[in-house]
Design a binder for this molecule. Structure first.
Ligand SMILES: NC(=O)c1ccc[n+]([C@@H]2O[C@H](COP(=O)([O-])OP(=O)(O)OC[C@H]3O[C@@H](n4cnc5c(N)ncnc54)[C@H](O)[C@@H]3O)[C@@H](O)[C@H]2O)c1
Ligand SMILES: [Zn+2]
Ligand SMILES: [Zn+2]
Length: 435
């Protein structure tokens, strides 16, 4: 089935040690393995994760093709793809040349233990796009390994869910990374056992899924249902770059459902030292709030203001959960100072500075849970798609006050875009490789 284009393409490359972005003409990648697909890229994203490499913080000493967020069209498939391919992920039998796809930022086979249980970012075949090992998506073409497990086919999805056809490519691109990551950081907090007393209304440990109504506890009166005040959730979001905004929108969506089904209140403080980032968050929230009656108090704040507010809201106890969406030690410090005893820090920031800025004693002294790591994008896809469809007022447009995406530019503006994004002087930028 390999029928792929020959010749050269344009791509954005990064050179070590840091801050060196060049646009070059290089060979179009080829199908190498039977499970590969070749994608002609329509749009590619510039992400906060690209900045870690850009700044030279990732210990990478070889040049690379940048980017890990892409939406495009299948132009060639390896020999594993044929009608009737059985015992493998469905796309091996259904994916066709011309189908529109989004690629998550890491490869996942869909077949190993980690993929089967939903921890797709730790697939045994995992590979990250935009590294020396796997050329990235800020190019005209990209080779996607294990494509039958990795890719989302929007063409297949449109057959069962026609609404997908109405969504712009720029919006679909957000499914490659940042919206699933926003969903993940919120879900990881809300699903954490530390929050289950508030969510179930039962005191610990009977809030657990492990049966705990033993002889000792029955009849003591200790286990009466929790009061409303004890169930109110206070959550901080640290960092309001594009991923932080996705986290806020996802959290608001989830809290709306939780409030309806579980009847509890929530207060959210969304924090960033950068005023432009706070303004974007405020505009996004104003847009959401004008359409839906939201379930939560929601305040956008600078760091000092947020610390005061969290104390005021909680009588000094601190936040039940802190979503860390930055990726540096100052943000982790802030997260630790904001979280209450028996709280959770849910972190998706890609941390570079060893070691993390709190000690075993600090963690002990607050009984704090730390959940770190990469988003399993493939597993987050259904929930992220639901939010993408619902929140087209935020994720649909480009360049409006409340749009998450600020602009689409050509590769000629790649170096300048990296520079502006690095300094927090622009929001989410997409590249059109054919512009
Ligand atoms: N875990 C994953 O799978 C995953 C996926 C995507 C992105 N990420 C990571 O998420 C992070 C955010 O990505 P982004 O694209 O939004 O990046 P970004 O750089 O645009 O945003 C980071 C924001 O954090 C703010 N900030 C800096 N220090 C702060 C502090 N001490 N307190 C509060 N805010 C602070 C900055 O002003 C900026 O607005 C990055 O580390 C990125 O690598 C992780
Ligand atoms: Zn990304
Ligand atoms: Zn796998």
């Amino acid at each position: 089935m390999a029928n792929h284009p020959q010749g050269t393409q344009r791509a954005v490359k990064w050179y070590p040690p840091a801050y060196d972005i060049r646009v070059e003409t290089i060979p179009i990648p080829e199908i190498i393995e039977p499970d590969d697909a070749l994608v002609k890229i329509k749009l590619a994203g510039l992400c906060g994760s690209d900045l870690h490499i850009y700044r030279g913080h990732e210990d990478v000493d070889a040049e690379l093709i940048c980017g890990h967020e892409l939406v495009g069209e299948i132009v060639a498939l390896g020999s594993s793809f044929y009608p009737g391919a059985t015992g493998r992920p469905e796309l091996y039998s259904t994916l066709q040349i011309g189908d529109k796809v989004v690629s998550p930022f890491t490869v996942s086979c869909g077949e190993c233990h980690f993929c089967r249980v939903g921890f797709t970012c730790r697939c045994i075949h995992s590979a990250l796009l935009g590294t020396p090992l796997l050329p990235g998506g800020q190019a005209q073409y990209a080779r996607i390994p294990k494509a039958g497990g990795t890719l989302f086919s929007l063409t297949a999805l449109a057959r069962s869910n026609a609404r997908v056809l109405d969504i712009a490519d720029s919006s679909l691109l957000l499914l490659a990374d940042i919206l699933p990551t926003g969903v993940f950081v919120a879900l990881q907090a809300l699903q954490h056992p530390k929050l289950s007393p508030m969510l179930t209304g039962s005191a610990y440990p009977s809030s657990s899924f492990v049966p705990c109504d033993g002889l000792v506890l029955s009849g003591t009166g200790v286990m009466k249902p929790l009061e409303t005040a004890d169930r109110t959730l206070t959550i901080a979001i640290v960092g309001l770059g594009p991923v932080g905004v996705c986290a806020a929108v996802s959290l608001l969506h989830m809290m709306e459902n939780i409030r309806t089904t579980k009847g509890l209140d929530c207060r959210i403080v969304a924090i960033d030292p950068n005023e432009a980032r706070r303004k974007k968050m405020e505009a996004v929230y104003a847009k959401i709030n004008s359409h839906d009656k939201q379930s939560c108090a929601f305040v956008v704040a600078a760091i000092d203001e947020a610390q005061d507010l969290a104390k005021l809201w909680t009588g000094g106890a601190g936040c039940n959960a802190v979503l860390e969406v930055v990726g540096n030690n100052s943000a982790l410090d802030l997260a630790y100072s904001l979280v209450r005893p028996f709280g959770i820090i849910s972190s998706v920031g890609v941390h570079q500075e060893p070691p993390i800025p709190f000690t075993g004693r600090d963690v002990y002294n607050k009984n704090v849970s730390l959940d770190f790591g990469r988003c399993p994008v493939r597993a987050m896809f259904p929930l992220a798609l639901e939010i993408l469809v619902k929140r087209q007022d935020v994720f649909g447009g480009i360049g409006d006050d409340a749009s998450l995406i600020e602009n689409t530019v050509s590769f000629d503006q790649a170096a300048q875009s990296y520079e502006l994004f690095d300094k927090g002087k622009c929001g989410k930028i997409l590249f059109d490789p054919w512009m």
